[in-house]
Ligand binder design. Structure first.
Ligand SMILES: [Zn+2]
Length: 322
């Protein structure tokens, strides 16, 4: 079964929000778009494995997507972790098009595409590192020592995988996505260790609980100031900005559409870009509304938890269904 389903990562949602909230000709847009495209390709590559993972018996395989765990003071991120009664499997997904050559001598992955060669970090070293980190993590969290293995899956269907003849063992670790289910089952037949049902449940519970999604400031990353962002409520229908608050609803001067909950998307953008916390006056400023009473009504209508009194009251934003 899928214990931790795949969802669009915060990093992608933040990049999208930033592009939406910057003026179209902002000089940093090309850089941000490039990063977004790269992340989207990775996300799509990982999602493309879902079909193949669907062949695994949900009662025996417990799947975590995009897992981020803390070991010592460092985090490590695993694309896919499969937990079974007899082992843990780390899957690193690479969405690299063209011809890729694994060079065992210098531990590099060379991509050849349109006549150009580029070196990438060796994913085999990366998964080896993750194996060690996960091993330490299991021990620290009082979980049974289980064998940990790893695969590198190439998600791009047209990628050609090559290596040197003496490196033929590579095919035990690196594969195309189609081969994944049969390789997992084949590999499993060679193992004999087994933990109890109780231990398995404990491992699943702790792994799930210890996951921490990366949530750092994208504004700091790109060195963008708050006053560079476009404020206001965006019309979903025609993308006009800002919508106006009229008689308890949002009204678009561009397409004349009305929407009672258009502020939710704007508050999601605020949460993604600026802060998890918002005061009444910050909300008025960002949604471009004048009345404090209207702002209070909006905040209360969404049952947002808060702390503090009166003007010092701070609301804790979560994400709202738009
Ligand atoms: Zn509109």
């Amino acid at each position: 079964m899928i214990v931790k389903p795949r969802k669009i990562p915060l990093s992608i949602r933040k990049l999208e929000a930033l592009i939406r909230r910057l003026p179209p000709y902002h000089p940093k847009i090309p850089l941000i778009s490039e990063e977004l495209n790269k992340k989207m390709a990775g996300y799509k590559g990982e999602s493309s494995l879902d079909f193949y993972l669907g062949f695994l018996d949900p009662k025996q395989y417990f799947i975590f997507h995009d897992l981020r765990l803390k070991e010592d003071s460092r985090f490590f991120q695993i694309d896919i972790l499969i937990v079974t009664k007899s082992y843990l499997l780390i899957i690193e997904v690479k969405n690299i098009a063209g011809t890729i050559h694994f060079d065992p001598l210098f531990n590099q992955l060379i991509r050849i595409k349109e006549g150009k060669e580029i070196a990438f970090p060796d994913p085999l070293l990366q998964v080896k590192r993750h194996e060690l980190q996960l091993k330490k993590w299991l021990r620290k969290n009082g979980l049974s020592e289980m064998p940990i293995h790893s695969f590198v899956v190439i998600s791009h269907p047209q990628t050609v995988i090559r290596t040197t003849p003496e490196n033929s063992l590579l095919s035990q670790k690196v594969m195309h996505r189609e081969a994944l289910p049969s390789r997992i089952i084949q590999f499993e037949n060679s193992l004999h260790t087994c933990i109890s049902e109780k231990e398995l449940k404990k491992a699943i519970r702790i792994i799930k609980k210890q996951h921490t999604e990366l949530d750092t400031s994208i504004m700091d990353k790109y060195n963008i100031r708050k006053d560079e962002l476009i404020k206001g409520v965006l019309c979903k229908n025609c993308l006009h900005l800002p919508m106006e608050r009229q008689h308890g609803t949002w009204f678009c001067l561009g397409c004349l559409e009305k929407c009672s909950h258009a502020h939710k998307a704007a508050l999601n953008d605020y949460r993604l870009l600026i802060s998890k916390n918002i005061t009444n006056s910050q909300l008025r400023d960002f949604l471009e509304i004048k009345s404090a009473a209207t702002a209070t009504r909006i905040l209360h209508s969404m049952n947002i938890p808060y702390s503090g009194m009166n003007k010092g009251r701070v609301y804790q934003l979560d994400f709202f269904d738009e």
